[in-house]
Each structure stands twice: as C-alpha cells, then as structure tokens.
Design a protein. Structure first.
Lengths: 435, 172
C-alpha cells in the first residue's frame, strides 16, 4: 500500500492512576511519519525530599512506598546505600536472606505482569477478565503462582508488601525454619505450574520486530546478578562501579515528559529482564537456559517484545535458584545477629536489579546521622527514552502493513512489553483517533 | 489483631461474613477502607470478622475470595459521583456501573478486576461493597479533613450494614 494513503493521527490518551500517566502520540501523512512521542505527565513524587532529615534505618521503609510492586527492590537498594554510607558490613546469612527476598519479588512481579498484563495482549483479549472465562486454568495457575510468590515474600519480609522484618545490617525477626521448609515444599510443588507457563508462553505470537540498542544491567562474577554487581554495558562489554552511576544515567529532560530520560553510550539504553538475560545468560540456572531455548530467546536478542519472554525465563531461574538457596538456609540454620551500628556522616550509593531493571539509590548523611540528600533513579525512567526510540523505528517500518488499529495495539503492546510502572495507566487507556 | 494484616488467615467461619478493608495508607482518602475496618474491629463482636488488605492487587483479591469461598463485605474508597464522604452499600453486580475508579491499585488491576476474576472462576457467594466517596487521593498520609469529620457517621453506617442481617445470608 502507498504510504501516502495512510494518514494516521493516533493519540492514546491518559487515565490517571497514582502509578502515572502515559500518552502515545503518532502522526503520519504525506508519505512520512511526522511525529512519534511517548509523553509522560506523571507528577513528581518527592520521595527524595521526604527522606531529608530522616534517620538511617527509617529510609528503607519510607522509600519502599515508592512502588507497590517493587517495594522490596527499593527497600533493598536503600538499605545497601545507607549501609555503604554508615560503613556497615553484613553477614553472609543476611546476604542470603536478602537474595531470597529479592527473588520472591521477581516472582511476584513477573507473574503479575506476564499473566495479567501481557498474555491478554498476545491472546487477543482486552484484559485478564475475558481470559478468566476462556482460559480459566491459565488464570487459576497465575493466581496460584502469585499467591506462592506473595507468601514467599511474607516468610522473609514479614508481610507481602512493604516488608518490615529486614532492616539495616540484618533481620529484626528471622523466619522460622518450619516456615522455610514449608515454603521449600511449595516451591517444589509449583514446578508443574511453571512448566505449564512455558507451554503457554510457547503459543504466544511475538511481533517480529528488532532494533539493536545498548543493554545495561548489573553484572557479578559469581552469579546471575540481581542483588549485587557492577554496571555492565553491552556496548563496551565492560562494567563500571555502582558509585559512578551518574556517568551511566546521564539524566536529561525533554519537553513532553516529566520523567527524566537517560542515555549512556548511544541515544538510549534498555534495562530490565531482556537486558539481564542478554548480558548474563551464562549465569542462568540450566533450567532457565533450557526455557530460553525452548521459547526462542537466543542472545543477544534485539526484540523488545521478547522482554516478556525474558521475564518468564527469569521466573524459571528464580524458582530453581530459590529452591537451592532455601536448601542452603535449611542446611545451615539461622541465628540471631547483632543489628546495632554507629551513626556517622557519609555518602552511600547502591544498586539492585528490580523486575523492571537496574535501580540506583544514593544518600548522604550529616554527622548526626540525618539524611541531607537523596537520589533514586528508577528503571522506568531509564527505559522511557528507549521505548520512544523503539516507537520511532517501529512506526515507519510497520506502517505499510498495518491498519491504524493494529498499529495502535502494537504501540501499546510495545510499551507494556517494557513492563513500565506507568503500565497501570497505559493498560486502561481509551484510544481516541483525531482524524 | 492477628487478622489485621495483609496476609490474612481465613476468618472464623461462624462469625458472619468477613469485613475486608481495602486501600493504601499513602494516598489520602484511599485509606478510608482500612481505617473504617480497623476502627470497626474494636467494636464488640466484630474483631474476628475484620481483615485488612493493604495495597492488594486484583490477584490477591481474587485469590482471597476463591480460597475463603464465602460471602464478604468489602470496604473501599470508590468514585460513585456522590458528595465527598458519602457512602453507599451495594452488591458487586452493580459494581461495574458504580465503581468508576476503585482504590489505588497495582498496575491497573484493582478491586473491580479482582471481583471479576473471582466471578469468572466460579466464586458465586454474595459480595457487598461499602463504598465511600473520597475527597482527596493525592499522595500523603492521613485522611482529608472532610473524611475525618465524616468518620464517626461512616463507622456507624458500616456497623449497621455489617450487623447480623437475615437478608445477607448464604442461600440454603
């Protein structure tokens, strides 16, 4: 079809939710793509201001509230940053428990996103509601896996959201070994559900779109980096220490977004499951590597829609790796540890991988232990620039073969594939055409 | 108050329909469901039935309903085009009409979706929703002044709605 026959003005507007607003604007005509914009009009949250004047131990619990999905990740990253500022060393037991808590959150978040937000797109239904009618076993399985992940977080964090059991230097209340043993059995029992998840994933028709970009994630010499590591770039094939994160994020502003954008070695970069799998594939557990192969995810993968597949691969990784770590805890037992520390002035920077990508926290304290400065750079703000670059490449490539409706759907799917924290609003968007 | 957590045990089956407070504690009046049920739990006879589900997503709500497999009362902020602080109690069959924006949810899947998933998967018990029209849902802790002023009346209305009611019995 002659491109000039296609004059589209697509404006996917907002629905306001606390997690944010996203707006997709596409304008084509006279044989050219005139405009493609991903507009973010989410208001500032001011958490970096909230933390000023707070004591060290208060900060992880406050910043947990940044997100109801990534609460563990914000808490964990803040904990590590505050500990770095205070010069606190943590025990191997604490690191192990934190890794378990971290993987529980990956399971929670990825199951929620894959089953409840992404799968309906690929199966051609509007949401999870019709899916529950047409594929009840799929949704029941999703609920079982989500419940397991929620309970997993509760065992180690004391509750499902915004955990309170963990604190600086260790745990305020350790889980019992009986609870851990019961959880270990449930993880084992969930393996058939995970295998069935892979079968569903195999049926998904992933749009055949590729655009190479820079993939950024943590990298650790000894493990698939979720809890710790240096910042790795697929462009340079090298890492920089986390405390140089400002050289990575290079935040800047654009007129159509209240979210700061980021870029490192090129115009934009990608963070999240696909970046992690691309950068650290060899450190996945064997079952996850096999899942990637079965699902057609071969690294390096440049298809952003495959981020959902990478999330499923990480579900497999976290399930099997959690089982191994739970066995380790059950084998060694847990002992109460001293969590006291001395307050001092200093600055600490830390990073964790959270489900949506690499997260940075940075705090400075005065000599009284009061926070005087805070900074958090979240994955979604790092990804937004790359999403827009994907859209700008996608529209002219796909315009000849797609109707306006197909193009709109694929643009929304593209944004959702990144699993942004603004997906709550994007997912509920009404589509309005202004021809 | 062991049941007043976000990982609730199944309430005592003999005590009457569970009363579930929903919402978040950091978005102004979205806390109203949690605040009302928390206060109600201190009234004689109500404590065993009271459950708080803070920041619950659709999957959690659906799982709770399917596991409990019994009638419930859900208390939440809801945009019903009423005056701020006004309340209304209705069945979930009306919910898709009446709940225009339910409580702050995770990734766009909130109470209405949770109920819908549970219904689609076979949950067939009565559900009553005690909705309260919010005034201010902006980020921050604490109820708005409007809601605080209305709180005693709302609590009394909820207590009346949740009192033993022969019309709200499970079918024989």
């Amino acid at each position: 079809m002659d491109l000039r026959q296609k004059t589209y003005n697509i404006d996917v507007k907002h629905v306001t939710r606390v997690e944010g607003h996203g707006r997709i604007i596409v304008s084509t005509g006279e044989g050219a793509v005139k405009e493609v914009k991903l507009s973010i009009t989410e208001a500032n949250r001011f958490f970096e201001s909230f933390v000023k004047g707070m004591r060290p131990a208060e900060i992880p619990w406050i910043v947990s509230r940044i997100c109801g999905i990534c609460c563990v990740g914000h808490q964990m990253t803040a904990t590590k940053a505050v500990e770095a500022a205070m010069g606190i060393q943590v025990s191997p037991q604490t690191v192990l428990l934190r890794k378990l808590l971290t993987e529980s959150q990956f399971l929670q978040s990825h199951v929620l996103h894959v089953y409840f937000l992404a799968v309906p797109d690929f199966l051609g239904v509007k949401s999870v509601l019709p899916l529950a009618r047409t594929h009840p076993e799929v949704v029941k399985r999703a609920l079982r896996l989500k419940k397991l992940a929620n309970d997993y977080t509760s065992v180690f964090g004391g509750r499902t959201l915004h955990p309170m059991a963990n604190t600086l230097k260790g745990w305020r209340k350790l889980p019992s070994l009986d609870e851990i043993a019961a959880l270990r059995k449930r993880v084992e029992d969930a393996i058939p559900d995970i295998q069935e998840t892979l079968k569903v994933a195999k049926t998904l028709k992933i749009p055949p779109y590729e655009r190479e970009t820079e993939y950024v994630s943590l990298k650790h010499p000894d493990e698939y980096a979720l809890y710790d590591g240096d910042v790795y770039s697929s462009d340079t094939k090298s890492s920089v220490p986390v405390d140089r994160y400002l050289e990575v994020t290079n935040e800047f502003t654009v007129a159509h977004s209240t979210t700061k954008w980021s870029k490192w070695h090129r115009e934009s970069y990608f963070v999240g499951a696909l970046a992690r799998v691309n950068n650290n594939f060899d450190q996945l557990v064997p079952e996850a590597k096999q899942a990637a192969e079965d699902l057609g995810l071969r690294v390096p993968c440049y298809n952003p829609y495959m981020n959902n597949v990478a999330q499923i691969v990480e579900v497999v990784h976290c399930a099997y790796n959690s089982a191994r770590m739970l066995d380790e805890v059950l084998g060694s037992g847990l002992k109460e540890e001293d969590v006291s520390y001395e307050v001092k002035a200093g600055r600490g920077v830390a990073s964790c991988e959270v489900p949506r990508g690499i997260l940075f926290h940075d705090y400075t304290f005065d000599e009284n232990g009061r926070c005087v400065a805070g900074n958090a750079v979240i994955p979604t703000s790092q990804n937004i620039n790359n999403v827009e670059q994907d859209m700008k490449a996608f529209v002219p490539r796909m315009l000849p073969s797609m109707s306006k409706e197909e193009l709109t759907l694929h643009m929304e799917m593209l944004l959702r594939a990144y699993d942004p924290c603004i997906s709550c609003s994007v997912h509920m968007l009404d589509v309005e055409f202004v021809d | 108050m062991s049941n007043l957590s976000i990982s609730p045990a199944v309430p005592d089956a003999g005590a009457g329909p569970p009363i579930v407070g929903l919402g978040t504690r950091h978005s102004g009046d979205d806390e109203i469901g949690l605040a009302l049920v928390s206060a109600l739990s201190r009234s004689p006879g109500f404590h065993p039935r009271c459950v708080l589900l803070e920041s619950a997503d659709a999957a959690t709500v659906a799982t709770m309903l399917l596991e409990w497999d019994r009638a419930v009362v859900l208390v939440d902020a809801a945009d019903m085009r009423l005056a701020p602080g006004e309340s209304r109690c209705f069945s979930d069959h009306e919910a898709s009409v009446l709940i225009r924006t339910s409580s702050v949810s995770t990734h766009g899947l909130g109470l209405a979706e949770g109920l819908g998933i549970a219904r689609a998967l076979g949950f067939d018990h009565p559900v009553r929703i005690f909705g309260v029209q919010p005034f201010d849902l902006s980020p921050g802790r604490g109820l708005s002044r409007v809601m605080e002023d209305r709180f005693p009346l709302l609590l009394e209305a909820l207590r009346r709605e949740c009192a033993p009611d022969p019309l709200f019995q499970e079918p024989e």
